[in-house]
Structures are given as structure tokens and as C-alpha cells.
Design a protein around this ligand. Structure first.
Ligand SMILES: Cc1cc2nc3c(=O)[nH]c(=O)nc-3n(C[C@H](O)[C@H](O)[C@H](O)COP(=O)(O)OP(=O)(O)OC[C@H]3O[C@@H](n4cnc5c(N)ncnc54)[C@H](O)[C@@H]3O)c2cc1C
Length: 380
């Protein structure tokens, strides 16, 4: 067993840390307040190679391993989880899905621009009546010979208005259930494709979340990913890897809040001493540190499993389940350590507490992760 990062992984982590502090930290409170998408920051992350980290350089990516990606996600999320979710969706869902299952033409036409950060993508599975139960797709893609006609509504789509390319899951053969589902590449501006208003959210308010409406949108057949009926499998395989990115996001939020709380506790004084000298506070920090370290090893192990071509369904689900719980608990305790200052915006931890909550909901709720884990352990 080797817990040492390679020199390259250390360099990438440092680059992400520097970027987070110099480029994401300034304005993070204002972007949260006004729900402003971090366009300039995303452009710079594209230039640094953060938008297609695991993609082969042949298709415009950085050609790195999953662990490097996870280290980057952790560092970005320590400072700005709104920016890191944009990175996560583009890397683990859109780019990975296209590189692994897309045709050569699709990779040439879409992946190169997505991986280099020239454009960003969105992954569109959830619907008003199909969230956890993703098999209940009501969006239809009717086969018309050389094209599909797409109709329906998608909900809660990250990068909803800022994306240029959308991977949309839709039902083609209703009688076949989930085996009749397809994944289609939809371009912004295709006639009949409308973007709904921006959601007003509790957390990750800098990321843009929208519903998408499709009214008789004509999608060429060559935009289908994989064979006919592959769409559900495509979505599940892609989300299994996506969970590792969200687990890393949760880990970063927890670690960021912990670092702020630890530093604050060594400065803030009460009853004649720094509050870190009160055992009630020191023990909170001990619990936070221990839980974050445990979450970190689950997240790194899931990334390592993916890099080794091991099955990562269960390790990814465990990493997301645990890291998101640690993110929630750590940020609540961080607010407590900051006292009244924790309740106001300028100290960051209240935003982190709001941001942490989504990690227990998207890319499979905690309850769904428990279904994945329990099914896997019981079948053995
Ligand atoms: C900010 C944000 C961004 C998002 N981004 C995207 C995106 O980019 N693309 C996308 O496709 N989706 C996205 N989503 C949607 C997200 O993935 C879903 O909200 C999530 O999967 C849960 O679905 P739901 O909201 O319909 O909840 P429901 O499925 O209605 O679940 C409600 C509650 O019931 C529980 N529950 C449901 N079924 C079971 C069961 N069998 N056993 C036990 N408990 C169960 C759930 O865990 C949850 O607690 C996003 C959501 C948000 C809020």
C-alpha cells in the first residue's frame, strides 16, 4: 500500500490550490449573493486544463488520472463549490461519457471543444417526475428514420444556460422500459429547444441550474451515443464515476470549512484565552479532522479503483455517502465555532454549510447510495 502522491499529482494539487486562492476566492461571496455564473474563472480553468482532465490529449484533454482530478476537485471545492460543480459535470459526466461511449465523429465534433474548455456541457437525466427513479423517463425521442424527434422537460440541469452541448436521456421504445432509453447529443440553439428560468437555490448559487424544454426538436441519428437502447446504461455508468467527483467536492467543502474554523479558533479569544484552548472546541476540531481524513481515504480509494479498472460502483457510492455526511456535519460545526460570525456572509462558513447540502442530493441522494451499497454487499 502506498499513500504517497506522485510528483505530478502534488504539482496538480498545488496548481489547483493556487488557482482557488487567486482566482476563485475573490468575488466568491458576491457571486453567491447574486447567483452569478463564474464565466471568467471557467475560461481560465479551461486554459489550465481543468475542464477535461482525464481526456486523452488527442481529444484536447490533459490525459491525467482520476486521482489528479479528485485532488483538483478537492482544492477548488475548499474555496468555491459553485465553480467545482461546473468542473465536475464537464469532466466526469460529459467528457468521460463522450470519450468512453461516443463515436469517433462525436469525439471530433464535440469532445475536443469540451475537453479544452472552449465550450461546456450539461448532463440531462432528471425530470419533474423522474429523479431518483430515473427509469420513469417521460421525455421521448421518437425514431423518424434518419433523426429523432425529442419532446419533454428536464429539471435541475447544472450548466443549464451556460452549456453549448447537452447529453439528454430520453425514452424511444416505451414498451421496452429502461432498455428502450437513448442518450442524445443536443446542441444549444436547435429549433424547439428552450431553456427555462434559473432556479433560486439554497447553495452552489454561482452555478446555473435550469429546466430545459424540448418541443419537437429534430436530432440527427448520428447524435445518439452508443447503440439503440443504450441510454440508461450510459447514464448509470457515467453517474457511477460522477459520484467520485461529487464525493471529492464534499470532501473539499468539509476540509475548507475545517481549515477556516481551526484558524479562527486560534485567534478568537473568550474567557481570557483562545477558544481552541477550550476542550469543547478542541474536541470538535479533533472529530472534524478524523472524519475528513476518513472521507479522504474513501474518496481517493474510489478514484484509485477507477484508475485500476476495478469495479468502482460500491467504492464511489461509499465515498459519496460518507464524504457528503462529513461535509454537512463539519460545516454545521464550523459555523458553531465561528459563533455569531459564522452566521454572517463575510466569514464564508455559512455559504459552505449551504453548499454542503447539495452533495447529499445530486448524482444520487444518500438514500440511493445506500441502495447501491446494500445491494452490492448482499449479493456477495
Ligand atoms: C442544484 C441541483 C443540480 C442538479 N443537477 C443535475 C444535473 O445536472 N443533471 C440531472 O440530470 N439532474 C440534476 N439534479 C437533479 C438531482 O440529481 C435530483 O434532484 C436527485 O437525483 C433526486 O431526485 P428528486 O429531486 O426527484 O428527488 P426524489 O427522487 O423525489 O426523492 C425525494 C426523497 O425520497 C428519497 N427516495 C426516493 N426513492 C427512494 C427509495 N427507493 N428508497 C429510499 N428513499 C428514496 C430520496 O432519497 C429523497 O430523499 C440536480 C439537482 C439540484 C438540486
Amino acid at each position: 500500500m502506498n499513500f504517497t502522491l506522485t510528483e505530478e499529482q502534488e504539482m496538480i494539487r498545488q496548481a489547483a490550490r493556487d488557482f482557488a486562492h487567486t482566482e476563485l476566492l475573490p468575488g466568491v461571496i458576491e457571486r453567491d449573493e447574486t447567483q452569478q455564473f463564474p464565466s471568467e474563472q471557467v475560461k481560465k480553468m479551461g486554459e489550465l486544463g481543468f475542464m477535461g482532465m482525464m481526456v486523452d490529449p488527442e481529444y484536447g484533454g490533459s490525459g491525467l488520472d482520476t486521482l489528479s482530478y479528485v485532488l483538483t476537485m478537492e482544492e477548488l471545492s475548499k474555496v468555491d463549490a459553485s465553480s467545482s460543480v461546473i468542473v465536475s459535470v464537464n469532466n466526469s459526466l460529459v467528457c468521460w461519457g463522450l470519450e468512453t461511449f461516443g463515436s469517433e465523429e462525436q469525439k471530433e465534433k464535440y469532445l475536443k471543444k469540451l475537453a479544452s474548455g472552449e465550450i461546456i456541457g450539461a448532463f440531462c437525466l432528471s425530470e419533474p417526475e423522474a429523479g431518483s427513479d430515473a427509469t420513469s423517463q417521460k421525455t421521448t425521442a421518437i425514431d423518424k428514420g434518419d433523426h429523432y424527434v425529442l419532446n419533454g422537460t428536464k429539471n435541475w440541469i447544472t450548466n443549464g444556460s451556460s452549456a453549448s452541448v447537452y447529453l439528454v436521456i430520453a425514452q424511444t421504445h416505451i414498451e421496452k422500459g429502461y432498455k428502450g432509453i437513448n442518450a442524445l447529443i443536443v446542441e444549444k440553439g436547435m429549433p424547439g429547444f428552450e431553456i427555462g428560468p434559473k432556479e433560486n437555490k439554497l447553495g452552489i448559487r454561482g452555478s446555473d441550474t435550469h429546466s430545459l424544454i424540448f418541443n419537437d426538436v429534430k436530432i440527427p441519428k448520428e447524435n445518439r451515443i452508443g447503440g439503440d437502447g443504450f441510454g440508461f446504461k450510459f447514464a448509470m455508468k457515467t453517474l457511477a464515476g460522477g459520484r467520485i467527483g461529487i464525493a471529492a467536492q464534499a470532501l473539499g467543502i468539509a476540509a475548507g470549512a475545517y481549515e477556516l474554523a481551526k484558524n479562527y479558533s486560534k485567534e478568537r479569544r473568550a474567557f481570557g484565552t483562545e477558544i481552541s484552548n477550550h476542550q469543547a472546541i478542541a474536541f470538535k476540531l479533533a472529530d472534524m479532522h478524523t472524519q475528513i481524513e476518513a472521507a479522504r481515504y474513501l474518496v481517493y480509494k474510489a478514484a484509485w479503483d477507477k484508475d485500476q479498472d476495478n469495479d468502482y460502483d460500491i467504492s464511489g457510492a461509499m465515498a459519496k455517502l460518507y464524504a457528503s455526511q462529513v461535509a454537512m456535519e463539519t460545516t454545521v460545526e464550523a459555523v458553531q465555532i465561528f459563533g455569531g460570525n459564522g452566521f454572517v456572509k463575510e466569514y464564508h462558513v455559512e455559504r459552505m454549510m449551504r453548499d454542503a447540502k447539495i452533495t447529499q442530493i445530486y448524482e444520487g441522494t444518500s438514500e440511493i447510495q445506500k441502495i447501491v451499497i446494500s445491494r452490492s454487499i448482499l449479493k456477495k
